[in-house]
Ligand binder design. Structure first.
Ligand SMILES: [Zn+2]
Length: 634
């Protein structure tokens, strides 16, 4: 599961349990688990249960699959690592054993199980250079190589200009704070100290000033003031890690150790007290008569990744044989950590990902196994997909939805399993049930005799691969057993996985798949209502920054072009009311240029509920300006 929405995930579970409570004691609420009606085809089935392969999982195989995928041999299945290739091969081997049809790329004379794509996995960062010279002179001073590092958010390029000291580099109108006030730094290099101004205790700017520590924020703000480069002074003698994400904020930039900065810029006097007291907000100071050059080079790196795709064709003669039900689960995980996705910072141990998502992959394979044993094939074809590169931003499912082997409109439903290995109290979250009117009834029917406590959520957008299908207007159902303390840590190991729970969830998933594959009418997509506790803003990537506003926009985190592309907008939310649409690329929000999702996050932070702003988007090659009124955040 993708990390950005984990917090929301936790909240979802809470919302779901509150709903459950309401159902128990309030007459107005929709019952979450009405008494499950027995589905007609199950009730009427003449054969005893044990003979219906849809009903019978294989706990031993589930155990073997989880153990294999979460083993040390597979090294945490990080995209670009050998382990993710081995994991893809494991899924392929299973599909082959089951006699399913390969349904990936065309290869040689036939199709392969694999659909290959390129995943952006990180950044290649060259050592930066910094040199300070007197204007017009060749001789220059440089810090030692060990004293500087390329800043997170730096752009490839070289900047040359006069140095201007701008304190913490914060421009925050809401806090009446501007480190850039009264100084034109166009064409110059900003020298910025790490951290944020300390708000006055109890002062009205306390809230507004809390989140300006992000280096990306400082670079973006310097760029908005037309600086050509930036030097960020570390809080002390420790430098951050080299950036892992090549998405730049528009200017070359480095972080320098404090002692090295003091030595290099000895003529600029700043003391820590002066830069942290609001009464003494830094006045910009220029180091006149000097020229500083900063050069950084940072490029994204790519690796091969694969979706592993198999098809069970519909029975011959079926009128709906060209319609499809997709069952999916991602098999990749975080490798040996070392990225911001890991919740064990500093650890380079194998992140086993037994729950995330060896469990869902084992469920996928178990459902495929059940279907492969059917004597009579279903009325619609079923496609089983092990997705790659989910942890990097649902890249595999995005790729599949954009390059499906059939028109995407032929997919009638998608069932996704991500983190289904920690079932507690027979409780299963089923999200996405607002994406088709029939889902709640079908899901409850699939629970017949299983006595699972189902927590139904309407939301079709969430932190896993089903969101790619929701964006493509395919009805989705997402199975999930909840977050836990081992999430995205090396300790998410196979011994902690509840195989019986996966088996139960697989029975529900298999019944659901069958119900959707057999029903005469295809499921029709409907826009899920906004969740009760709406996901805020749509930001992400901005650290712990909270949002005062909510727009209901859903950014495409895999988009690599300029701006922020929307995968969708929530119905009845400000973005939808403003006329924003899926596919729009936001290039300006209020007065802020938007070059990437980080810019978007920072710009959201400056909006106020109820204050109308203009948002500019690129749509079909044209720039369109729309009026938008942000709603309050939470
Ligand atoms: Zn994950």
């Amino acid at each position: 599961m993708k990390p950005t929405l984990l917090r929301l995930r936790g909240r979802l579970a809470i919302t779901a349990s509150i709903l459950g409570l309401l159902a128990a004691c309030g007459p107005a609420a929709e019952p979450i688990t009405p008494p499950p009606p027995v589905p007609p085809d199950l009730a009427a089935a003449p054969a005893p249960k044990a003979e219906n392969p849809i009903e019978k999982g294989d706990p031993q195989r589930i155990t073997d699959d989880v153990k294999r995928l979460a083993s040390d041999d597979l090294g945490g299945r990080g995209t670009g690592d050998e382990g993710s290739k081995l994991a893809a091969e494991h899924v392929e081997k299973r599909f082959r054993e089951l006699g399913l049809e390969p349904f990936g790329d065309a290869e040689g004379s036939g199709k392969s199980f694999k659909q290959k794509f390129s995943a952006r996995v990180g950044a290649k960062v060259e050592a930066p250079t910094v040199a300070l010279a007197k204007k017009g002179q060749k001789a220059s001073k440089s810090p030692a190589a060990a004293d500087v590092i390329t800043a997170e958010g730096a752009q490839t390029g070289e900047a040359k200009g006069e140095v201007v000291f701008v304190g913490h580099g914060v421009t925050a109108p809401a806090a009446s704070w501007d480190d850039y006030a009264g100084k034109d730094i166009a064409g110059k290099v900003a020298l910025i100290v790490d951290g944020a101004p300390k708000p006055e205790a109890g002062g009205k700017n306390a809230e507004a000033l809390r989140d300006f520590k992000s280096v990306r924020y400082k670079l973006r703000t310097a760029r908005e003031h037309k600086a050509v480069g930036a030097i960020v002074v570390a809080a002390g003698e420790e430098l951050p890690a080299a950036p892992e994400n090549a998405s730049g904020m528009g200017i070359p930039a480095v972080v320098i150790k404090r002692s090295a900065a003091k030595a290099l810029f000895a003529e600029i006097k700043w003391d820590d007290a002066a830069t942290t007291s609001p009464k003494a907000a830094t006045k910009p100071k220029a180091l006149t008569g000097t020229e500083l050059s900063v050069a950084t080079r940072i490029e994204p790196t790519f690796a091969d990744a694969w979706n592993v795709v198999a098809r069970l064709p519909a029975r011959s003669g079926s009128k709906t044989a060209e319609e499809y039900v997709v069952v999916g689960a991602h098999y990749d995980h975080l490798g040996k950590g070392g990225t911001s996705h890991s919740r064990a910072p500093g650890s380079r141990e194998i992140h086993h990902g037994a729950d995330d998502n060896a469990s869902g992959t084992a469920l996928l394979l178990d459902v495929a196994r059940r279907f492969s044993k059917l004597k009579e094939k279903p009325a619609r074809s079923v496609v089983f997909i092990g997705f790659g590169a989910e942890e990097l931003g649902t890249l595999g499912s995005r790729h599949w939805v954009e390059h499906p082997p059939m028109p995407i409109g032929a997919v009638t439903a998608m069932i996704n399993a991500d983190m289904v290995g920690r079932m507690r109290d027979r409780t299963l979250v089923v999200d996405g049930t607002g994406t088709a009117a029939a889902w709640p009834e079908l899901v409850n029917a699939a629970n017949a005799g299983l006595s699972l406590t189902l927590k139904l959520g309407a939301e079709g957008f969430g932190a896993s691969d089903h969101a790619s299908f929701t964006a493509a207007r395919v009805p989705v159902a997402f199975l999930f057993t909840g977050v836990h303390d081992d999430y995205h840590k090396p300790s998410d190991t196979a011994d902690k996985v509840d195989v019986g729970g996966i088996d139960l969830a697989a029975t529900l998933a298999a019944r659901l798949t069958q119900a959707v594959a057999e029903r005469p009418e295809r499921l029709a997509f409907v826009e899920a209502p906004a969740p009760q506790d709406p996901h805020k803003g749509g930001g992400g990537g901005g650290g712990a920054r909270g949002f005062r506003v909510s727009l209901g926009s859903i950014p495409d985190y895999a988009w690599q072009g300029k701006g922020v592309k929307l995968t969708g907008v929530r119905p009845d939310a400000p973005a939808a009311r403003a006329g924003l649409q899926a596919g729009d690329v936001i290039v300006k929000l209020d007065k802020h240029e938007i070059t990437n999702v980080h810019d978007y996050t920072f710009a959201l932070g400056d909006l106020e509920p109820g204050r109308e702003i203009t948002v500019e988007v690129e749509r079909d090659g044209k720039r369109v300006a729309l009026k938008l009124i942000p709603a309050p955040g939470r």
